[in-house]
Design a binder for this molecule. Structure first.
Ligand code: HEM
Length: 400
């Protein structure tokens, strides 16, 4: 998509378009505008703060709002893009929800997971080593972050396969209300599972994130039932659907730029700046999540009106020639790399320290153990997952 974005940035950087569901929306493609939209409080996350009741009805149908929306049952009926998790709300709710998990994701706290993440990486690679070939997405990049986040939450390993189907559903149908209706059965199964999991943890709390969230919910005023369900779904989905693409898009970039791969192999300490460059060059998310105009704002000569829908195109901002020198060049030594792959402002990715650590360990370990790793198919044969939110490969066959 990068050449297309480059043209839009030049010709019509704040571009009005018709989105699925016949909604009018604005595409924000330049770095400066994207950064502003991500951190400016006039761009809001909760549609109830931007839309009239008629517009709400039109766009969301009869989904209960406000206090009514707080029951566990309703939270589970709502499509993911409209949930009451921190990424879907504004302050003061956002501040309250984020503060419940902030401490568990600080770089210092995450550092404690290093050995466990390394052990998971070793284990996954050991299981394919003898074959000399693997699908890097499904054998490595997907299970690694999944094993980590489910472990953090305290979800039993035998349940983990179930999430694949569900999180796929949420990711690939993101922003398309019809697809939620069509997949009602799967959504009901996800709801049943979450309910079962929470009940089980209530009975047997442990030293894990889910238990501490349940404690906050039980304490009363910190977290409603609906918010608890939403928070767990968000952490589960955000915790691996993105990092899988950091690892696989990053490896694909290296395998298509062998001089950069060699450079990294000669100087493994470059892994930190390499990860930042992978996030910029071919980051996991094409766009940020939903935002509406909370009031009228003029941006780059266009009037964005209260209630308008806004799509911030991270993939375009990260290739803006006004901000990045030679944006189309992969340079793992790039300095001052202020990419927006993790967003900006109050919704800046909670999991960034974890994702960075997972990415560094995953790619370093791959290159160490399989130094001659190479693509097993021509790049044109690779297929990408549908949907406008993520940029992720379906599979990445490699030989080593
Ligand atoms: C928010 C990207 C990994 C949890 C975000 C946002 C972005 C992002 C762009 C902001 C979206 C917006 O403002 O619309 C990424 C990328 C990742 C990654 C590129 C991997 C490379 C993770 C992981 C977790 C996580 C591992 C762990 C649980 C979250 C949460 C939020 C968030 C909870 C919402 C924060 C808030 O609203 O305050 N992420 N993420 N992410 N991310 Fe990540």
């Amino acid at each position: 998509p990068y050449p297309v974005f480059a043209n839009v940035r030049k010709d019509d950087p704040v571009k009005q378009v018709i989105l699925p569901g016949n909604r009018l929306g604005w595409l924000i493609t330049r770095y400066e505008d994207a950064e502003l939209a991500l951190r400016d409080a006039r761009f809001v996350k909760d549609p109830q703060r931007a839309l009239s009741s008629e517009q709400l009805q039109q766009q969301f149908g009869n989904i209960p709002m406000g206090q009514d929306a707080d029951s566990e049952d309703v939270a589970l009926r709502r499509p993911a893009f409209f949930e009451r998790h921190m990424l879907g709300v504004d302050p003061p709710n956002h501040t309250r929800l984020r503060s419940l998990v902030n401490l568990s994701f600080t770089p210092r706290f995450i550092e404690r997971w290093r050995e466990r993440i390394q052990a998971i990486a070793n284990e996954l690679l050991a299981s394919v080593e003898a074959k000399g070939t693997m699908d890097l997405v499904n054998d490595f990049a997907f299970p690694l972050p999944m094993l980590v986040i489910t472990k953090m939450l305290g979800i039993p390993r035998e349940d983990q396969d179930k999430f694949r189907v569900w999180s796929n559903l949420f990711i690939e149908s993101s922003g398309d209300p019809d697809s939620f209706r069509q997949n009602a059965e799967q959504i009901a199964a996800f709801r049943e599972y979450l309910r079962y999991l929470i009940d089980k943890k209530r009975e047997q709390p442990a030293e894990d994130l889910l238990s501490s969230l349940i404690e906050a919910e039980t304490a009363g005023n910190k977290l409603s039932q609906g918010e608890l369900i939403s928070m767990v779904s968000l952490l589960l989905i955000a915790g691996h659907e993105t990092t899988v693409n950091l690892i696989s898009n990053g490896m694909l970039a290296l395998l298509q730029h062998l001089e950069q791969k060699e450079l990294l192999q000669q100087d493994p300490a470059l892994i930190k700046s390499a990860i930042e460059e992978f996030l910029r060059f071919h980051g996991p998310l094409m766009t940020a999540t939903q935002r509406w105009m909370g009031e009228d704002v003029e941006l780059n000569g266009k009037l964005l009106k209260r209630g308008d829908y806004v799509v911030v195109i991270l993939a375009s901002a990260n290739h803006d020639e006004e901000t990045f020198k030679n944006p189309e060049t992969l340079d793992i030594t790039r300095q001052d790399n202020r990419h927006l792959a993790f967003g900006k402002g109050i919704h800046y990715c909670l999991g960034a320290p974890l994702a960075r650590l997972e990415g560094q360990i995953a790619i370093s370990t791959l290159l160490q153990r399989f130094p001659h790793i190479r693509l097993a198919v021509a790049p044109e044969e690779l297929t990408w997952r549908p949907g406008a939110l993520i940029m992720g490969l379906r599979s990445l066959p490699v030989n080593f």
